[in-house]
Design a protein around this ligand. Sequence first.
Ligand SMILES: [Mg+2]
Length: 104
Amino acid sequence: MNNNLTPAQVEGLTLLMEECGELIQACSKILRFGPESRDRLQKDWIPEAGDVLYFIAANAELLGVGRYQLKGAMQDKHERVQVPGRLQNIDVDSLRNPATIIRL
Ligand SMILES: [Mg+2]
């Protein structure tokens, strides 16, 4: 594979993919069994979400992505989901802007 990535970048991306997989599994189990079942929110979803956020931040640093670029991408997404009809069940007006919740 000739991807011009350093070993650290390869490891960072690999770990991010693994953590995303674990978060996907935690989301799936909440959908199947509910958040109260075996305390899945506290024991699974929150730790895995933290792992994903950690490796997103680590990968940003490893790949030379500035925190303001990430914050800008989050702000862009926040604006895109506010287009009427984009989300069917989530009242976007009731949510705080995630870009302001997760401080980068
Ligand atoms: Mg994990």
